[in-house]
Write a protein that binds this ligand. Structure first.
Ligand code: SF4
Length: 230
């Protein structure tokens, strides 16, 4: 069961501390699972492809069964993420970026600098924050590098698509299309397996590795750009 998105509680309050990768920081997760409740966990096509591979599903099936319209993880009636099992996160090696960063969040300041904010802990959480490490070491331990790279690449591609749409159809329609994608009305373009199925039907061999499939998906999206702006 999934709940309507407006039932999600707002994100936890932010502590007014901005950190860089060099800042002192440490966090010990004790896998109590409390942080996996009442959260809006956004997912991009790379994260969906990783989760789908973990579960042995196509991205289309994963989107249908475990997400809110392909843009955020679905939750159950109790507010718990559908991947939270009795022994913790059942997709831990392939959990999304937000789960890896938590309780940090990545932000970009007006000058384009990468910064990190800290979220208030979920009430009752057994996790412990400290200062005997650095943000950089924490990020490395959480394996965020490919997630940050793919998030950046999809953001760039979507921005290009929107600019092309604005040229081809007018700014108002482009904005409406972007809203549609973000809200899920046209989230099918972000379904990796669906997007690649057309290539397969034409007899083109498809890569098996998630990273290679995702890079091909980005190429497919970018190939649309000239026709949109024509
Ligand atoms: S994907 Fe895993 S870590 Fe993230 S909210 Fe769900 S159960 Fe928790």
């Amino acid at each position: 069961m999934t709940g309507p998105r407006d039932e999600y509680r707002p994100a936890a309050p932010l502590r007014p501390v901005l950190r860089t990768r060099e800042s002192a920081y440490a966090y010990e997760c004790r896998a109590c699972g409390r942080c996996c409740h009442d959260k809006l966990i956004p997912v991009n096509p790379y994260e969906i492809a990783r989760l789908a591979a973990n579960r042995g599903l196509s991205t289309t099936e994963l989107i249908e069964r475990f997400t809110e319209e392909g843009v955020a993880l679905a939750v159950g009636d109790d507010g718990a993420c559908l991947f939270l099992g009795e022994r913790g996160c059942e997709v831990h090696p392939d959990r999304p970026l937000v789960c890896r960063l938590y309780p940090l969040g990545a932000v970009t300041d007006p000058e384009g600098r990468e910064l990190f904010v800290e979220l208030e802990a979920q009430p009752g959480s057994e996790g412990r924050a400290g200062a005997d490490g650095t943000v950089a070491a924490y990020l490395q331990a959480q394996g965020v590098a490919p997630y940050l790279e793919m998030a950046h690449r999809y953001r760039e591609t979507v921005e290009k698509l929107v600019r092309a749409l604005a040229l081809g159809t007018g700014a108002a329609e482009a904005a409406a299309t972007l809203r549609g994608s973000v809200d899920g009305a046209d989230a099918r373009v972000l379904d990796v397996d669906l997007a690649l199925a057309g290539l397969e039907r034409r007899g083109l061999p498809l890569p098996q590795r998630v990273e290679d499939r995702v890079r091909l998906h980005i190429s497919v999206l970018e190939a649309e750009i000239p026709s949109l702006s024509a």
